[in-house]
Design a protein around this ligand. Structure first.
Ligand code: WQD
Length: 339
């Protein structure tokens, strides 16, 4: 298939592009580079031998988006472009609603105009808000705790209604749990420009020597070691889940919704231990007060994706830690070489 990947130079997007190329799909990448760098595509070429066609464009620019569709006949779109910092969304709700909703609406209008019927949408477990229990399955109550989560919820609603009205449309809503890890080459991974909000990229910065230690937000949660428990999924497993979803759309399935998680929860301290073990040094940390909006524990029920997509995660926490540390050390070495 010829596939447009919006947000394709991002952390998850670049891993999805690699897996698409490995499966012999033709990839076109669109990104405004607001939170990524075009050089990621050079790394994609080193990994796959192919540098995908790239359009530097903002999805809020209807004319630019239309031009991409005029110049390419897409069989499907994987829509990953969007702002994703929970804390920032609380401070700047208008920016998040404008960006994350208008980009999806502009895309849906283009797909309708140019007859593209298949869409995989990057949703998030954040639509479950504070789940009443775990494991969480796709029929769990939806409620969001921040504007970022609401943008995912609203995009799901928009795309569901489009499918209800147009039975020729096929849409897969993929609810990611906590993606971490990196491609085994160490050439692509998660390295935000600013100080990370999320656990794994923060640990990566410590390993790179850019940050001294990490604050563990709360050790009085109702969990085995008192620290927050989450369902971490290797980003390569997550990327493969997108290919499985794309194959499902080819069966003209209409609207489908899947959790992408391992079904296993790990605590903050377990993640720090796994990264320390992979690094060969203890990652320094100290306990700090709880972070507003955090929940004690949640993890996925992954059985629906397994049953309907034949999708099953292959990597465990040690694999995620090993690949993250490899990415951090590879990036550090590359930076030292360029100095
Ligand atoms: C994980 C655990 C923190 C940082 C968020 C978004 C979600 C999704 C994934 C996009 C928690 C603890 C973290 C730190 C810490 N993103 N922590 N010190 O909050 O589960 O999910 O990212 O879809 O939408 O909500 O991920 O990595 O921020 O936190 O102790 O410096 O690590 O308290 O228990 P989270 P996270």
């Amino acid at each position: 298939m010829k596939v447009l990947v919006t947000g394709g130079t991002g952390y998850i997007g670049s891993h999805v592009v690699v897996e698409l190329i490995k499966q012999n799909h033709e990839c076109v990448v669109l990104d405004n580079l607001s939170n990524s760098n075009e050089s990621v595509l050079d790394s994609v070429k080193k990994i796959t031998g192919i540098r995908p066609t790239f359009y530097k464009a903002d999805m809020l620019d209807k004319a630019a988006l239309g031009k991409v569709f005029e110049q390419n006949k897409f069989d499907a779109v994987i829509h990953m472009a969007g702002f994703k910092a929970v804390g920032e969304s609380v401070e700047k709700p208008l920016l998040y609603y404008r960006n994350n909703l208008d980009s999806t609406l502009n895309l849906a209008l283009c797909m309708k105009k140019y007859g593209c019927k298949n869409l995989v949408f990057s949703s998030s477990a954040t639509v479950y808000g504070k789940p009443e229990s775990s494991p969480v399955n796709e029929s769990a109550k939806l409620s969001c705790a921040n504007p970022y989560g609401w943008t995912k919820f609203m995009n799901e609603r928009i795309l569901s209604d489009i499918c209800n009205a147009d039975k020729s449309m096929n849409v897969a809503l993929l609810r990611y749990f906590n993606p971490i890890g990196a491609h085994e080459s160490g050439l692509i991974g998660e390295n935000p420009n600013d100080i990370p909000n999320n656990l794994a990229p923060y640990l990566i910065k410590i390993i790179m020597g850019e940050l001294p230690k990490i604050n563990v937000f709360g050790n009085d949660y109702d969990t085995p070691d008192g620290t927050g428990v989450r369902d971490y999924i290797h980003v390569v497993d997550l990327a493969k889940g997108h290919i499985a979803a794309l194959n499902k759309l080819a069966t003209n399935c209409g609207l489908v919704i899947y959790n992408l998680g391992t079904g296993k929860g790990y605590s903050v301290l377990e993640v720090i231990d796994a990264f320390s073990h992979a690094w060969g040094k203890q990652i320094p940390y100290s306990f700090a007060p709880r972070r507003a909006g955090d929940v004690d524990l949640y993890f996925a029920d992954p059985s629906k994706a397994n049953r309907e997509l034949g999708f099953k995660c292959e990597y465990n926490l040690d694999d995620m830690a090993r690949d993250s540390v490899n990415f951090a050390l590879t990036l550090k070495k590359a930076r030292q070489k360029n100095q």
